[in-house]
Design a protein around this ligand. Structure first.
Ligand SMILES: [Zn+2]
Length: 138
């Protein structure tokens, strides 16, 4: 559905560009430490566990659980008027990092902490692909 006011789009930084490039190809990529194997998000130059600068980007499972969430009933930006109420959740990925995202496709009344989710990419009227999550089986 077209929005009269476009939704704000994320702006990639030099450090986050591989993440957003992956999302445009429907891939969820996270930084991975070549020294200790840690995954982390948001992107940064050094591993958050061992401070190694040696990292690469790896596609991850896209699966996790809802760690926490809020339901937005109030309009804070006109572009989101047709989405009200909508869920903003912290998703704990199987690989460890937590992402702030939306839970799509399930009525907000049915959202609970610890429900299993998987990544579901969509442009959501923003003109660029963004990662969202949907409830899934274990
Ligand atoms: Zn490390």
């Amino acid at each position: 559905m077209a929005h009269l006011v476009p939704k704000p789009v994320p702006r990639a930084s030099a450090e986050s560009r591989p993440f957003w490039d992956g999302v445009q190809e429907r891939k969820l990529l996270l930084q991975h430490c070549r020294s200790c194997g840690n995954y982390w998000f948001p992107p940064s130059a050094l591993c958050r566990h061992c401070l190694s600068p040696q990292s690469d980007w790896r596609e991850v499972s896209g699966r996790g659980r809802i760690y926490s969430f809020v339901v937005y009933h109030r309009l804070y930006h006109p572009a989101f008027e047709q989405d009200l109420p909508y869920v903003v959740a912290i998703v704990a990925l199987q690989e460890g990092p937590r992402l702030l995202s939306n839970i799509a496709g399930t009525p907000w009344q049915e959202i609970r902490c610890d429900l299993p989710v998987r990544v579901a990419f969509g442009d959501d009227g923003r003109g660029m692909m963004v990662p969202q999550f949907s409830i899934c089986d274990e």
